[in-house]
Design a protein around this ligand. Structure first.
Ligand code: PLP
Length: 419
């Protein structure tokens, strides 16, 4: 049993208490973005009504206050992922920018023609396209780890792909389309054994799983605030100090310099070397409140609650299939097929309904106030591997309830009736 006080949690999310299309909102699109607790919303408001000033540069009180709060978030994220040093945490716009930063700086400096980068079949486009871009520029070869029908990586195939030519393994920790938790510790150990670096896309993992970059020993980890109950437009790139120091800057401008003359510029130390220009100060500051929210609840409690929801949904959907067949002896309803049935999963469930387009299903659910995601989930190559053009995806957060899942299952039941 989970130790979550669901009523008090839901009270902290004002957006949940509304009607959509005349029905109470059921928000099951959390893998796309999580809703924000009041503490985050209030922090944004407070910052702009009381503290707004540009950071790091001025002597005045508001600037000092803003700087302190901004750097406080950096300390909080350092503790959240157990980075050895606070300077190893760089603020970005999100996971997409974090990965582009590594591809464009580390990749440009360290990849050569004939080198190999390995990714998986279940990557989000943001962990495919940046590598394709740099591989094309450098003559580096991109290799892909295949998956089985359940949506699990074929680790034997991964081992076959590894060689001294492998320079980077860039891998999604948790699949946004399938919910699969990849065995990243093993992936990292095997990559390091051939001298390769590892970047983890932590977009989906960080809100559900315990994160300890020192135990994992990953070289880079990309994190997104908006998947973690924080504001959009903020992310973090964690990188090991020696790697970040060896990498050239990403963008040039203010803040990332030590000294500039027309002849020559010297660069700032990490993390500022990678933070050119005025950052997203307010949202970074509010992100701390999202991390506090997660810390106060505890990842284990969150995970237990979400896993209960996942199993409840899976049982509900599978029971619809069974009762359809059993009640009449023949199949009288459209069947539901679950997509993503890995043994190790987070609370994300994709499915399709035979003979129906996922978009139509999404529209019918929306008419009942239920928000799910439909489409390829920015994983077109994965959809191609699965022979699909898209799925319906329900993804749960800590504020979701079994009663909401009942609403979804009832809605699916009425949709699958054969006409
Ligand atoms: N990677 C995965 C697995 C995702 O689910 C997402 C967002 O959906 C991203 C990357 C992109 O993250 P961001 O929106 O922070 O750029």
């Amino acid at each position: 049993m989970s130790k979550i006080d669901i009523l008090s949690i839901r009270k902290q999310f004002p957006i949940l208490h509304q009607k959509v299309n005349g029905k109470p909102l059921v928000y099951f699109d959390n893998a796309a973005t999580a809703q924000k607790p009041l503490s985050v919303i209030v922090a944004l408001n407070t910052y702009y009504t009381r503290d707004n000033a540009n950071i790091h540069r001025a002597a005045h009180t508001l600037a000092a206050r803003s700087t302190e709060m901004f750097e406080d978030t950096r300390k909080t994220i350092q503790a959240f992922i157990n980075a050895r040093e606070v300077e190893e945490c760089i603020f970005t716009k999100g996971v997409t920018e974090s990965i582009n930063l590594v591809a464009q700086t580390w990749g440009r400096k360290f990849l050569q023609a004939g080198d190999e980068v390995i990714i998986t079949s279940m990557e989000h486009h943001s962990n495919i396209v940046p590598w394709q871009m740099i591989c094309e520029e450098k003559g580096t070869i991109l290799k892909i780890i295949p998956i089985n029908d359940a949506g699990e990586l074929l680790m034997d195939e991964y081992e076959k792909l590894l060689s001294p030519k492998t320079k980077m393994v860039a891998c999604v920790w948790v699949s946004n389309a399938l919910g699969t938790i990849n065995p990243v510790k093993e992936i990292i150990e095997k990559a390091h054994a051939v001298g390769a670096k590892v970047l983890l896309d932590g977009a989906q993992a960080c809100s559900h799983l315990d994160v300890d970059v020192q135990v994992l020993d990953c070289d880079f980890l990309a994190i997104s605030s908006h998947k973690l109950y924080g504001p959009t437009g903020v992310g973090v790139l964690y990188g090991k100090r020696e790697l970040l120091e060896a990498m050239p800057p990403y963008q040039g401008g203010g803040e990332m310099i030590k000294e500039v003359s027309f002849e020559r510029t010297t660069y700032n130390d990490i993390p500022y070397k990678f933070e050119a220009g005025t950052p997203n100060i307010a949202d970074v500051i509010a992100f701390k409140y999202a991390l506090d929210f997660v810390n106060e609840l505890g990842k284990e409690n969150i995970r237990n609650h979400e896993n209960e929801l996942l199993h409840y949904l899976v049982n509900g959907l599978l029971t619809l299939n069974e009762t359809n067949v059993m009640s009449s002896g023949v199949e009288t309803h459209k069947q539901i097929k679950l997509i993503g049935t890995a043994k190790e999963k987070v609370s994300v469930q994709s499915f399709i309904i035979e003979g129906m387009h996922h978009f139509d299903v999404g529209m019918m659910l929306d008419a009942r106030g239920i928000a799910v995601r439909t489409g390829h989930h920015c994983t077109q190559p994965l959809m191609n591997c699965l022979g699909l053009d898209g799925t319906v995806r329900a993804s749960f957060s800590v504020y979701n309830t079994k009663e909401e899942i009942d609403v979804l299952v009832e809605a699916v039941k009425s949709i699958i009736k054969r006409k």
